[in-house]
Design a protein around this ligand. Structure first.
Ligand code: AMP
Length: 459
């Protein structure tokens, strides 16, 4: 088994990027899949978000590009824009040392005109959602004659979301001679059939059996149904995580619980399918920036999100579907980090759900006495706040420009600035909570790279 990236025949720029992003050892899916992928064979990967699958196919496709040929040579199909954004961000991180590499995002819900212009400028890699990609193929803006690698990411969700026809149409436009990599968390018959249609003698790898139970501790806490929300608050107080993800079954409960926790002093945000895309993006950015401590989410919103190293997941209401429970707890204890998943079990109905989950997973979940009532949740104040600057790469603004404006001109201490996410039209920057107001005031009155910018504080 591959234990180090050094043994892989990757371009030196990719080895450098791996060192720069701090990936020291391959994750199990990377260790199993990369050697075969780099030989050019088709691969089926059974793995979900959190396994490191993006870097696995990302390294493969970046390694195969001819940088002198400005034509789409790799295409990644994703079920949602959120996933496409995460894939694009991971590819850009890994491609940071490859000069002039162009990655284009083509997703629904974004202006067609900008995408057409992007295509006219040329690119090496396209990441996007099937509907929009097919549209660009139909209008002739996108051509796949130079394609070398096709990736179907979260293939089960692609089909669940009704993209079968689009996927088939897109595949029909790809050259016969290509490498096809397919990732899916589950393998119902339709996926097996899809693999048969789009792949050639695929090599199969699976990391599902390797969810390391020793890294993930589960506990269950019983209460009466009317005590569900107070029990979540007690668990947060007792376990004092730096951040946590809490799952609810319904959108109403998600909103109610968020309000309940916020009322007790936690900085909490709700994330569910009825939220606008903009609000969902903002919630995720803030979690990644350390600007929100508790994200309260429904299943719909929570699948496929890239939330690194979450120390604690609380399941406020057990799902009747044991597999869905597996997805939820998979949000903690990822990529080698220890995790903790706490389930609130309210009433007899949920006790039956807990038992069904135990049977499904083939293990017993420890029953623990619910901790006592205590003080408020004000310790759940995150260290940072996130400023959103309404200018980005398209305005020729770089990370250095934003850092320069805040530190050199605005006078903020460098250590007060955290993660900075530069997008096409926006730049989100994490600033230590005590300096956030000053940073906002400076950006509202000062300039970034000589330009006046619009800026807001996310909350
Ligand atoms: P993914 O399953 O692709 O969504 O990746 C899950 C998380 O693991 C992402 O936040 C990656 O940045 C991180 N990751 C991927 N590969 C590695 C690695 N070899 N070592 C450490 N972290 C990794």
């Amino acid at each position: 088994m591959l234990t180090s990236f050094d043994a892989l025949a990757l371009r030196p720029e990719l080895h450098e990027a791996l060192a720069a992003v701090g990936y020291r050892e391959p994750t199990p899916i990377q260790a199993q899949a990369l050697p075969a992928m780099l030989e050019g064979v088709d691969v089926i990967g059974q793995a979900r978000t959190g396994s490191g699958k993006t870097a696995a196919f990302g390294l493969c496709l970046l390694n195969r590009l001819d940088l002198d040929l400005l034509q789409p040579q790799a295409l990644v199909l994703c079920p949602t824009r959120e996933l496409a954004d995460q894939v694009g961000a991971e590819l850009r991180r890994l491609a940071a040392r490859l000069p002039n590499l162009r990655i284009l995002s083509l997703c629904g819900g974004q202006p067609n005109r900008d995408q057409k212009r992007g295509l006219e400028g040329g690119c090496h890699v396209v990441v996007g959602t099937p509907g929009r990609i097919r549209k660009h193929l139909d209008t002739g803006g996108l051509q796949l004659s130079a394609l070398r690698v096709l990736v179907l990411d979260e293939a089960d969700r692609l089909l669940d979301m009704g993209f079968q026809e689009e996927v088939d149409a897109i595949v029909a436009d790809c050259p016969e001679q290509r490498q096809t990599l397919l990732f899916s968390a589950t393998f119902p018959e339709e996926i097996e059939r899809l693999c048969g249609r789009v792949q050639h003698a695929p090599y199969r790898v699976s990391v599902e059996a390797q969810v390391a139970p020793e890294l993930l501790r589960q506990m269950a806490f019983r209460c009466t149904p009317d005590q569900r929300h107070p029990t979540v608050a007690r668990l947060l107080r007792a376990f004092r995580p730096s951040s946590a993800l809490v799952f609810c079954e319904t959108r109403e409960d998600c909103e109610d619980l968020t309000a309940f926790l916020a009322h007790r002093g936690a900085v909490a945000l709700a994330l569910h399918g009825q939220k606008e895309q903009r609000e969902r993006d903002a919630a995720l950015i803030q979690l990644n920036h350390g600007s929100v401590s508790v994200l309260v989410a429904t299943n719909v919103a929570a699948r496929g999100l890239d939330i690194p190293a979450l120390p604690l997941v609380i399941i406020s209401e057990l799902s009747p579907d044991p597999e869905s429970h597996l997805h939820r707890i998979g949000r903690t204890g990822r990529a080698g980090e220890a995790g903790l998943a706490l389930s609130v079990v309210a009433g007899a109905r949920e006790l039956a759900r807990l038992e069904a989950i135990e049977t499904f997973m083939g293990l017993r979940i420890e029953r623990v006495i619910t901790p006592d009532e205590g003080e408020g949740l004000s310790f759940l104040t995150p260290p940072n706040r996130t400023l959103l600057i309404l200018a980005g790469r398209e305005d020729k603004i770089s990370r250095g420009d934003v850092l320069g404006a805040l530190v050199k001109e605005g006078g903020l201490p460098p250590e007060a600035i955290g993660r900075l996410d530069l997008g096409r039209k926006t730049c989100a920057v994490a600033v230590a909570r005590e300096h956030a107001d000053a940073a906002l005031r400076y950006l509202q009155s000062g300039r970034v790279k000589g330009q006046r910018v619009r800026v807001t504080m996310l909350s």
